[in-house]
Ligand binder design. Sequence first.
Ligand code: CP3
Length: 348
Amino acid sequence: MDNKPLIVRVLGGEVVERPPVWLMRQAGRYMEEYREVKSRFSFLEICRNSELAFEVSMQPIKAFDVDAAIVFADILLPLEGMGFEIDFRPGPVVSNPIASPSDLDRIAIGLGSVGDQVSQTVSLLSKELKTEGLPAEDQKAVIGFAGAPWTMACYAIERGPFKHFESAVIFARRYPEAMRDLLDKITKVTIDYLMQQYRAGADFVQLFDSWAGILAQDDYREICLSHLTTIVSALQDAGCPCVLFVGNGGHLLDVVREVGARAVSLDWRVSLSEARRRLGREVILQGNLDPSLLYLPSQSLRKRVREFLGEWPERSNLIVNLGHGVLQTTPPENVRVFVDEVKRGWGV
Ligand code: CP3
C-alpha cells in the first residue's frame, strides 16, 4: 500500500479509494478548543508562537480526523516584514496602507521573522503527521499557504473596513505601473515565503486569491496572471504542487487555466462540471460546497454530500472542501458529519 498522504496521491494523479477532505479555516473560532487558547493569547500571539500555532493547527485533525493540517497563520502576516503595520480586531486592519505611488519606496522586499516562525510550525506539523511507519490512513498532508499578490495588494492599499476593495481597483486604474511594482514586490516575498514552507515539510501550498472575483476576466489577465504564473512555476518547478483558490472566480476560469496550478480551489457559485470543462482534464479540483450547508440538519447535510459526490464522475482529481472558510457559528458536530460522510467514499 502506498504510504503517502491521500491528498498527495490525488495531487499526483492517482485513482484513490475515497475522496480526501479538509476544510478552509478548519481551525478557528467555531471550535471550543480554539476559543480556549484564544482566551489566553491574542490571534497574533498564536500565529507567532510555533508551539501554539502547532497546537491550534492540530485541533481539527484531532476533532474531525481531516486529511490535512493547514499551518495556522494568516495571509496578512508577510505584509509586516514588508513594512506594513497590521492588527486583527478580529478582522485585519492595516494602519499605514499605500495611498500613492511614492509610498512604494518604503516597501521592503523581505519577510521579517514571519518566514522562520511559520516554517517552524510547518516543521512541527510535518514531524507529527508524517512519521515513517504510520499506516497510510493515518498519514496526513501538511499545507502551507500565502495570499495571492492581488489579494495581498487589496489589503495593502485599502484602509478598511474591507468591503469591495474599491481603493485597490482605483489604484490599479490610476497607477498601473506602481500597481505592477507593488505586485512584483509581493510576488518576490511570496515565493520566498512559500519555498521556506515547502522546505520545512509542506506537501503542497495553497495560494489564496480571495478577492480575485472583483475583477473582470480581462483585468484579471492583465493585472494578475503574470505574477500568479511566476509564483506557481517557481514552486512547481521545485517540486511543490500549488492549489490556487479563486474566490468568486467562476468568470475567471480561462485565465485561471493559464496559470498552470496543479489544482484549483473554487467556491459554490460555479459547478464542478463547468469548471472541469473550462479548466481541462489535467487540473485537480478542490471544493466547493457552500459553507452554509453545515447548518443543515445532519441527515440533509449527509444527503447533500452524497449528491455532490454522486455528480463527480471520476475516482480521482478531486479534493473535497468547502467553497470558502468554515463560518464562525458552525456547529462543530456538523463538521464531523461532513467529514464522515465524505469518507464513506465516492458517490454511486
Ligand atoms: O484553519 C485555517 O485555515 C486557519 C489559518 C488561516 C487563517 N486565516 C486564520 C484566521 C488561514 C488559511 C487564513 C487565510 C486568510 N486570512 C484569508 C484567505 C482565505 C479567505 O477567507 O478568503 C484571508 C482573506 C484572510 C484575512 C483575514 N484574517 C480576515 C478577513 C480575517 C477576519 C475574518 C474573521 O473570521 O473574523 C482574519 C482573521 C483570522 N484569520 C482569524 C483566524 C482564525 C480570526 C481571528 C481570531 O481568532 O481572533
